[in-house]
Design a protein around this ligand. Structure first.
Ligand code: KIV
Length: 264
C-alpha cells in the first residue's frame, strides 16, 4: 500500500472519502493498525490517561511525547503520523512552540496537533511557516479542563456555536492542514465541515465530519470504567486478555506450564 502523505489527506476531503484516524502509543499497535490501512496514526496526549495513569493530559511532557512518537514511528510504514503538542509546549510563545514542534518531527512525526482556536492562530502560523504541518483541535479541548469545568460538550449556546466556528476558521487561516472537532453537537460540526476547505476529523462530533478518530483503548474495549456516549466499542478485548492471563496463571500454579515442549 502506498504511503499516505499530507496531499492524500487533502484529496480525501475533495473526493469525499472518509479519513480514518486512531491513536497509538507504541510500536506494536502502530504496526497492527498500519497493516490494516488506517490513514492517520495520532500519538495523542491522551497517553497521560490511557498509558501513564495520570488523571488528565496536563501532566504529559515533551519527553513523554517524543519517546512515544519515536516508538509509533518505528512501527508504521504507511500511515501519516501526527503527534500531540502537550500542555505548556506551545503556550509560552512561538519560539518555544516551533522548537517543540520540531522535536516531535525529529522523533518521527510528520505533523503536530495542538489545541485551541483564535487564541493559537499566530502560533499555528509560526509553526507552519517553518514547514511543520499542523493539525488544529477545537471544541472540547482536554488541556482546557479547568476552564471548561470538566469534559463537557461545547457549542450548546448560540454564542458558543459562533465562537467554535470562528475558532475553526482561525485554525484554517493560521495554516493548519486539518482540524479535530471534539465534543460538539453534530449539526455544528457538519456546518463547520462545510465551511472549511481543510478536512475535519470528529470525535464526539457526529457523522458529518470528513473523518473520525477514537482512542484505541476505547474502540478495542480495553476500558471498562468510563464509557463516553460517543465511543463505539468495536471489540471487547479486555475479557480475552484476562482469560489468557488467567489460563497462564492457572497452568503455572498447577505445574502444567512450562511443559516438555517449552523446555530445553
Ligand atoms: O489526545 C488524544 O488522543 C486526542 C484525540 C482524542 C483527538 O487528542
Amino acid at each position: 500500500m502506498k504511503k499516505i502523505s499530507i496531499l492524500d489527506i487533502a484529496r480525501m476531503k475533495e473526493e469525499r472519502r472518509k479519513i480514518v484516524m486512531i491513536t497509538a502509543y507504541d510500536v506494536l499497535f502502530a504496526k497492527i493498525f498500519d497493516e490494516v490501512g488506517v490513514d492517520i496514526l495520532l500519538v495523542g496526549d491522551s497517553l497521560g490517561q490511557v498509558v501513564l495513569g495520570l488523571p488528565n493530559t496536563l501532566g504529559v511532557t515533551m519527553e513523554d511525547m517524543e519517546r512515544h512518537t519515536g516508538a509509533v514511528a518505528r512501527g508504521r510504514k504507511r500511515a501519516y503520523l501526527v503527534a500531540d503538542m502537550p500542555f505548556l509546549s506551545f503556550q509560552a510563545g512561538p519560539a518555544d512552540a516551533i522548537r517543540n514542534a520540531g522535536k516531535l518531527l525529529q522523533a518521527g512525526a510528520e505533523a503536530v496537533k495542538l489545541e485551541g482556536g483564535r487564541n493559537v492562530e499566530a502560533t499555528i502560523r509560526a509553526i507552519t511557516q517553518c514547514d511543520i504541518p499542523v493539525m488544529g483541535h477545537v471544541g472540547l479541548t482536554p488541556q482546557s479542563i479547568h476552564r471548561m469545568g470538566g469534559y463537557r460538550v461545547q457549542g450548546k449556546s448560540d454564542a458558543q456555536r459562533e465562537r467554535l466556528l470562528d475558532d475553526a476558521l482561525a485554525v484554517q487561516e493560521g495554516g493548519a492542514f486539518a482540524v479535530v472537532l471534539e465534543g460538539m453537537p453534530a449539526d455544528l460540526a457538519s456546518g463547520i465541515t462545510e465551511r472549511l476547505a481543510i478536512p475535519t476529523i470528529g470525535i464526539g462530533a457526529g457523522p458529518g465530519c470528513d473523518g473520525q478518530v477514537l482512542v484505541m483503548q476505547d474502540l478495542l474495549g480495553l476500558f471498562d470504567e468510563f464509557r463516553p456516549k460517543f465511543v463505539k466499542r468495536f471489540g471487547e478485548l479486555k475479557k480475552p486478555v484476562q482469560d489468557a492471563v488467567r489460563a497462564y496463571a492457572e497452568e503455572i500454579r498447577e505445574g502444567k506450564f512450562p511443559g516438555k515442549e517449552h523446555s530445553f
